[in-house]
Design a protein around this ligand. Structure first.
Ligand code: AMP
Length: 213
């Protein structure tokens, strides 16, 4: 059984690519950001605590005290499936938790690292809009005048975490917390680097080729 971990800074397109890969391989998509946003929308006490961190606009990760149990429970529910992880593990401590959860299971991991320069990231994220109805993502500045989703007509909104200030902070957090995860997997010899700069379809092609090598 092979599981995939998709790493990449905010705005690198890792979510899009992780979903595409899961669909093509028929694997289970496990996106921590999506799971947490769903919990926040449900308005549970835990979800409210996630939301409080995002409301600060500091681009911070949610603390281990709040997330460890939540992630572990969700992973254990899907342990018998092959999974594409998006947004997890994001810290070395989460790497250790993941290894503990899988323990002696013979699951193999392949790690895809989507690389994009900071300048490109900032530009991309400022134009990212999400459909409030169907969740589809568009890269479209509001000045373009088009504020409706091409697919379902829902209103396009900017994610709270995609404002310029927060973007810069999120990139800093990524460099500090997640770069050690990249280094760790590189040392283990299971890291596959992907150039995230080209168009979505080109990145998808590179991933597909490398996954099948
Ligand atoms: P994402 O959609 O993956 O960019 O995640 C959105 C936000 O959810 C992040 O900025 C974090 O605050 C939080 N988050 C997602 N995954 C994790 C994680 N593995 N650990 C801690 N916080 C996370």
């Amino acid at each position: 059984m092979v599981n995939y971990i998709i790493l990449g800074p905010p705005g690198s397109g890792k979510g899009t690519q992780a979903k595409k890969l899961a669909e093509k391989l028929g694997l289970f998509y496990f996106g921590t950001g999506d799971l947490m946003r769903k919990e926040a929308e449900k308005g549970t006490p835990l979800g409210k605590e996630f939301q409080a961190v995002w409301d600060k606009g500091q681009g911070e990760l949610v603390s281990e005290e709040l997330t460890d149990g939540f992630f572990e429970e969700k992973i254990r529910e899907n342990l018998e499936k092959s999974i594409v992880f998006d947004g997890f593990p994001r810290t070395l401590s989460q790497v250790r938790n993941l290894e503990k959860i899988y323990g002696k299971l013979s699951t193999k991991f392949k790690v895809l690292n989507i690389e994009v320069s900071s300048g490109d990231l900032i530009q991309r994220m400022q134009t990212r809009r999400v459909c409030s109805k169907c969740g589809k993502i568009f890269f479209r500045p509001l000045e373009s005048g088009i504020r409706q989703c091409d697919v379902c007509g829902g209103e396009l909104t900017q994610r709270q975490e995609d404002t310029p200030e927060t973007i810069k902070k999120r990139i800093e957090v990524y460099n500090k917390e997640t770069q050690p995860v990249i280094d760790y997997y590189k040392e283990k010899g299971i890291l596959i680097n992907i150039d995230g700069a080209p168009a979505i379809s080109a990145v998808e092609k590179e991933i597909w080729e490398k996954v099948n090598e």
